[in-house]
Design a protein around this ligand. Structure first.
Ligand SMILES: [Zn+2]
Length: 310
């Protein structure tokens, strides 16, 4: 396989510590103004860089699984995408088959998780003012940090400050914002910290602290505990909980998504989705359809039963 254009540039302009991978690609494209953007993006199956920060962007698997990165793809995904969190929610076979699809580009539109578009809408770009200041001094550029971009992260781990959020407008992509420059800072806002946000961040940090294999087992354990705590029953291969709990879950899901992403006007359709039903989250042998919905189901079980995540 011929060396990819990104590999050639990466030798001249290295990725910075913990730099968000799509942000790095954006920086590369700006520092090499003559570059054909399509060539730069050709490994991702899309040129819409800024639209790719879904739960687990395709761009990432492509980047990490290039021939030159094979030996350290895991470390790269961890440092530059915080992807350990998401990977623990799917089995290795599904992950590998996704990468195959991406490599052959037979189905470049395939999502790993259901409802990635929804989660993507929950996800403005985020940055920490203190990190940005330090990076300007140390590296001469305030770059996008991977850990800040996780959908479940609202506070800077290093400085314990709420992250500033910056929304790309409809026609913009991250290619328009290679760094946290003045314009980004001026148009950013600092959302309120809420108990739900703190809970989500705390729980996802537990996931990020352990290896993927452990997370996979943990998810199964949690499903089992949620099943028990919600007094679910299985009959004819179907998991059932009492009707009231099922409806309460839908209300909880709508109001939580509203709190996390108020700019979207209605989550009714989402809460009615079969795969996002409460029983789907706790059914034995059923893979998590969407990690974010699963995290909310965990919180819901804590709130409505005596169950505690840890
Ligand atoms: Zn910080």
């Amino acid at each position: 396989m011929a060396e990819h254009i990104v590999d050639i540039y990466a030798n001249q302009i290295p990725i910075l510590p913990g730099e968000y991978l799509p942000g790095y690609i954006s920086r590369l494209s700006h520092m090499m103004p003559g570059t054909d953007k399509n060539a730069l993006m050709s490994f991702s199956g899309s040129t819409q860089l800024g639209r790719l920060h879904q739960v687990f962007p395709r761009v990432v698997s492509c980047f990490a699984y290039r021939e030159t990165e094979i030996g350290r793809s895991g470390a790269l995904l961890k440092e530059h995408m915080g992807s350990r969190l998401w990977r623990g929610f799917m089995d290795e076979t599904r992950f590998k088959s996704h990468i195959k699809h991406v490599e052959t580009r037979t189905k470049s539109k395939k999502s790993i998780f259901i409802g990635e578009e929804l989660i993507s809408s929950l996800k403005p770009m985020k940055f920490c003012n203190s990190c940005a200041q330090l990076d300007r001094i140390t590296f001469g550029v305030a770059y996008w940090h991977a850990t800040h971009q996780l959908t479940s992260v609202f506070n800077c781990h290093e400085h314990n400050e709420p992250l500033q959020t910056f929304h790309l407008s409809h026609l913009e992509t991250l290619l328009d914002y290679p760094a946290i420059a003045e314009q980004v800072v001026a148009n950013s806002t600092k959302p309120d910290s809420t108990p739900l946000k703190k809970w989500i961040q705390r729980t996802s940090e537990q996931f990020m602290a352990q290896p993927t294999v452990d997370n996979r087992l943990w998810v199964k354990d949690l499903q089992n505990s949620m099943f028990q705590a919600s007094k679910a029953k299985t009959s004819g291969g179907q998991t059932k909980v009492n009707r009231e709990l099922g409806s309460e879950w839908k209300r909880f899901l709508r109001s939580s998504l509203n709190e996390l992403c108020p700019q979207n006007n209605s989550y009714f359709a989402v809460s009615e989705k079969n795969q996002f039903g409460f029983t789907q989250q706790i059914q034995e042998g059923v893979e998590v359809a969407n990690p974010y919905i699963f995290l909310l189901a965990l919180k819901f079980t804590e709130d409505s039963t005596g169950f505690k995540v840890s």
